[in-house]
Design a binder for this molecule. Structure first.
Ligand code: IMP
Ligand code: MG
Length: 178
């Protein structure tokens, strides 16, 4: 329907996220594990990681939280687990969106069982007024109140539109047609 954040605006905010992370881990003895929550975080992660100036270890987890088109499912499921043993390590979760935050809360609970040294959460989009569980990301590139359903830069509608290089409002007139 309309562009909410342009590619340029997104790049600028990812620069800020990278700067924040570079500062935070500047004097770290061991490389933090940057964990991409697939599939939605992929473009954000790919861009962010290129701006990180310290040693990092890549990792990925595949979660599924959306069952249908625009409604979240009750409980996110782990489809593919991460590669690394995170015990005693700093973990940076890189996620597309904190909406109800159920996905991030389940993930954090799951990771904590493995006793990491720390968990930091970085999200591209924060929708604080959509929470169903209490949660605050450590860094968010954009905070939107009264947010419509948005697509692009990893965010999908029925698995489509993830490859848009900007973030846009989805036009509900096309619901059921994509
Ligand atoms: P949660 O509600 O915070 O658990 O978010 C679950 C997942 O829903 C996110 O990882 C996104 O993949 C998806 N999601 C939430 N809001 C939107 C949206 O506005 N557009 C596209 N996907 C969304
Ligand atoms: Mg997601």
């Amino acid at each position: 329907k309309r562009i909410i954040y342009s590619e340029k605006q997104i790049n600028q905010r990812i620069d800020a996220a990278a700067e924040w992370l570079n500062k935070k881990f500047k004097n770290n003895k061991q490389a933090p594990i940057f964990l991409s929550v697939l599939k939605g975080a992929l473009p954000f992660y790919g861009n962010l990681i290129m701006k990180i100036k310290i040693d990092v270890i890549f990792d990925f987890i595949v979660l599924s939280s959306f069952r249908g088109k625009m409604k979240p499912s009750c409980m996110p499921k782990i489809i593919t687990d991460l590669f690394n043993n995170i015990k005693g390590k700093d973990v940076v979760i890189v996620e597309d969106i904190a909406d109800s935050a159920k996905t991030l809360c389940v993930l954090i609970k799951y990771l904590k069982i493995r006793k990491p040294k720390s968990i930091t959460t970085v999200v591209l989009i924060n929708k604080p007024d959509k929470r169903r569980v209490s949660f605050e990301p450590d860094f968010s590139c954009f905070t939107i109140y009264n947010s419509p359903f948005i697509i692009g830069y990893g965010l999908d509608i029925n698995e489509k539109a993830r490859n848009l290089p900007y973030i846009a409002e989805f036009d509900k007139r096309y619901l059921g047609k994509v």
